[in-house]
Ligand binder design. Structure first.
Ligand code: ADP
Length: 236
């Protein structure tokens, strides 16, 4: 079984690399064409190029997730824990997803307290977790909906809990544990309307566990979802 697992991890890693190299070339040429240096583009060509760019980005994201999974499975996924200002991380995540939220008709609300203490975290990896939770909260929402980012900082505790809540479709009780499993999606049918491959939460869970933290969800069908994760306060 261990041999089989190793084979699977090697396969995953090889496929991800072989997919990534040609995709980087495709993205490079898309960027070059859109500068119009090789020639002016008419409106239809600009539109097709924009669609190609967006699709290549989706593929790139998928490959990144497959690469992360292969690293996690091979035990080579590491975190570099330092003092991190979560307000900065969360603002960065909001900025990078604001356009997507606008497009979906979702309002993003930042309710972080002003006195957040520093936490012990890997800045890039925690940004990945926040972006993933935020993206899901926008994706599984409905036009006119809301997504809120909040944190609770109890002074008698050495932990800080962060929360991403949404007014979206919600999750049935018997699905709440399963959604953190790799490749698990509540609706995995061919006609499902949400893009993705079911890796974001599994990767987020691994990242939080590498921080010795906790990640969990509270939700009800039709009543939105609240995703929480907890990190340790930074001490000199
Ligand atoms: P993906 O978003 O690529 O499908 P994830 O691992 O991020 O993969 O999420 C797994 C599944 O959990 C999703 O397919 C969806 O069914 C469910 N889910 C995640 N976040 C939410 C949310 N905020 N509201 C409702 N369902 C969610």
């Amino acid at each position: 079984l261990r041999e089989l697992n190793k084979l699977k991890s090697n396969f995953l890693s090889m496929v991800s690399h072989e997919l990534r190299t040609p995709l980087t070339t495709i993205q490079g040429y898309i960027t070059y064409l859109s500068t119009e240096k090789p020639g002016n583009l008419n409106p239809a060509q600009k539109e097709y190029l924009k669609i190609s760019e967006e699709t290549a980005d989706i593929l790139n994201h998928l490959i990144e997730e497959l690469l992360d999974l292969s690293k996690i499975e091979a035990g080579g996924f590491k975190v570099n824990l330092k003092a991190v200002d979560m307000a900065e991380v969360i603002n960065k995540a909001i900025v990078s997803l604001q356009l997507f939220a606008d497009k979906q008709g979702i309002a993003l609300e930042n309710n972080l307290p002003s006195d957040l203490p520093l936490v012990r975290a890997d800045k890039e990896r925690i940004l990945q977790v926040v972006k993933n939770l935020l993206e899901n909260a926008i994706k599984f929402n409905q036009r006119g909906g809301k997504v809120c980012l909040a944190a609770s900082n109890q002074s008698n505790d050495n932990k800080v809990a962060f929360c991403v809540s949404d007014t979206g479709i919600g999750i049935a009780e018997d699905e709440l544990d399963k959604i953190f499993d790799k490749f698990y999606q509540v609706d995995s049918s061919g006609k499902r309307k949400y893009a993705g491959c079911g890796l974001g939460l599994a990767i987020s869970k691994s990242i939080i566990e590498l921080h010795k933290g906790r990640i969990w969800v509270e939700s009800k069908i039709g009543a939105g979802s609240k995703f929480f994760f907890e990190l340790t306060k930074y001490k000199d």
